[in-house]
Write a protein of this length. Structure first.
Length: 186
């Protein structure tokens, strides 16, 4: 026996809202297998597979127009293989550009993280040296040891905290400006 689904059942099987099924019908991407005696649309397993293909192709970045061409090729109704190759090549170029953009974002994040860690280390070092200089700790090793004890902290001087906050602010603005400048080049 051939499986048949109502629009709601089809939507659940393909994990999409029923409005998506209706939209794809209106766009000509999906057709019901037929109608019941009470004039309800019904769909077969092929509709489930077609709907999943449409969603997957969209997730891969193909436009609905591209997907129509790909489906027509599968249906044997159009799009010579050369046209499909052009679609795929264009999509590959888009993906390559997205990867390049993501690589740049990753580089900016790595650089910002490195700068932030350096600023934090400088603040920590300043706090330790400040504690020794103020006589709160007899040596750098004692200050470091005190910091490793639960509940023990060495508080940096107010000026050092302000410098640290200024450094964080500068890092954020540098990262933001770098990402924004890169984006405007696209």
């Amino acid at each position: 026996m051939i499986e048949s689904y109502t629009i709601g059942e089809l939507a659940r099987r393909a994990e999409v809202p029923t409005s998506t099924v209706r939209y794809y019908e209106t766009a000509g991407l999906l057709r019901p297998a037929g109608r019941t005696a009470s004039n309800y649309r019904f769909y077969g397993e092929e509709s489930v597979q077609r709907l999943r293909f449409i969603r997957t192709a969209q997730a891969a970045g193909f436009t609905l127009q591209d997907i129509t061409s790909l489906l027509e090729l599968g249906d044997g109704t159009a799009a010579p293989c050369r046209e499909v190759q052009v679609l795929i090549e264009a999509r590959l170029n888009d993906v390559a550009k997205q990867l390049e953009d993501l690589q740049h974002v990753q580089e900016v994040f790595h650089a910002s993280l490195h700068i932030c860690r350096q600023a934090e280390a400088v603040l920590l070092g300043s706090a330790i040296l400040g504690a020794v200089a103020a006589g709160d700790q007899p040596s750098v090793l004692d200050a470091m040891s005190a910091m490793s004890q639960p509940g023990q902290t060495i508080t940096p001087a107010t000026g050092q905290i302000a410098q640290f906050h200024d450094a964080k602010h500068t890092i954020f603005h540098r990262m933001y400006a770098d990402l924004l400048a890169y984006r405007t080049l696209l």
